[in-house]
Design a protein around this ligand. Structure first.
Ligand code: CP
Ligand code: NVA
Length: 310
């Protein structure tokens, strides 16, 4: 990619970039509320173009941008002309005349790539049907805080759908030297095209895929799950509920993981489906810490991307 800081992907960020963003996030978290907190976005505006619902991403970006001295504009897709069919390319070119960065949550990943191709300002993926890199960066920081390090062959178990969060987790694990074990039914595993991408982006990734969730959680430092039906898949929810019935993260499944394994979920959760109350509210759960960390990491991302523009 010719402009690596133009479009945030874990691929472009690389292991070194991930380290830099995580280190910046720790520093910004430490300085939060102090007079020494830097304001690298002073005089800059950032558009948050949200074509899907969001609580964590939207609020953490808005507050984070203000704390960095910038001005956030939260824009629901349905309120913009893209909601009436204006091409994303035109939206990208026009917004680039007003704002200094665009944070975009959308459906097809290709829409985000088109926005990034036509935008003259940095673009951050705030979730597409294929990837959720901001989530993953925050999650890596949590694994590091809990285990003191990343890499070294630590294994994360992913239970359930091979979705956007799972894809970003796979790339992130490969970049930092962690292993990933998926407990995922056939039909919901990574498709061949993405497996080819993984072989290209993170050839070193150690990825194991099993139908049995108990096999996946064995020896894992973290057990991670997500909803069975992601945004945009609502028409499949009944079928998915049947297909994932054996993939709930409950006390029995957690008992097959090491005692000190953490439980992770990007949220929002469908309690009683992919996870029980007992697990998500239990002592191994770090889900609220994951959500909280989103803001620090995204501040680190924006500071890193916009510093490159200066
Ligand atoms: N995890 C996450 O991205 O949450 P939101 O959909 O609430 O932004
Ligand atoms: N896989 C979920 C993640 C939400 C943060 C979705 O795309 O709806």
């Amino acid at each position: 990619m010719s402009r690596p800081r133009h479009f945030l992907t874990l691929e472009a960020l690389g292991a070194e970039g991930i380290e830099r963003v995580l280190a910046r996030a720790v520093e910004l978290s430490r300085l939060r509320g102090s007079a020494d907190h830097p304001k690298p976005l002073a005089g800059k505006s950032v558009a948050l173009v949200m074509e899907k619902a969001s609580t964590r991403t939207r609020v953490s970006f808005e507050v984070g941008i203000v704390e960095l001295g910038g001005h956030p504009l939260a824009l629901a897709g349905r309120d913009l002309q893209i909601g009436r069919g204006e091409p994303i390319e035109d939206t990208a070119r026009v917004l680039s005349r007003y704002v200094h960065a665009i944070v975009h949550r959308t459906f097809a990943h290709a829409t985000l790539e088109r926005l990034a191709a036509f935008a003259a300002v940095p673009v951050v993926n705030a979730l597409s049907d294929s990837h959720h890199p901001c989530q993953l960066l925050a999650d890596l920081a949590i694994v590091r805080r809990e285990h003191g390090s990343l890499g070294g062959g630590l294994r994360v178990a992913w239970i359930g759908d091979g979705n956007n969060v799972a894809r970003s987790l796979a790339i992130g694990c490969g970049k930092v030297g962690m292993r990933m074990a998926m407990g995922t039914p056939e039909g919901y595993r990574f498709e061949d095209e993405f497996l080819d991408d993984l072989r290209r982006i993170v050839p070193e990734l150690d990825l194991a895929v099993a139908a049995d969730p108990a096999q996946a959680v064995r020896g894992a430092v973290a057990v991670y799950t997500d909803v069975w039906t992601s945004m945009g898949q609502e028409a499949e929810s009944e079928q998915r509920r049947r297909d994932f019935a054996e993939y709930q993260v409950n006390a029995k499944l957690m008992s097959r993981a090491p005692k000190d394994a953490i439980f992770m979920h990007c949220l929002p959760a469908h309690r009683g489906e992919e996870v029980t109350d007992e697990v998500i509210d239990g002592p191994q759960s770090v889900v609220v810490r994951q959500a909280g960390n989103r803001m620090h990491v995204q501040k680190g991302i924006l500071a890193w991307m916009l510093a490159a523009q200066a």
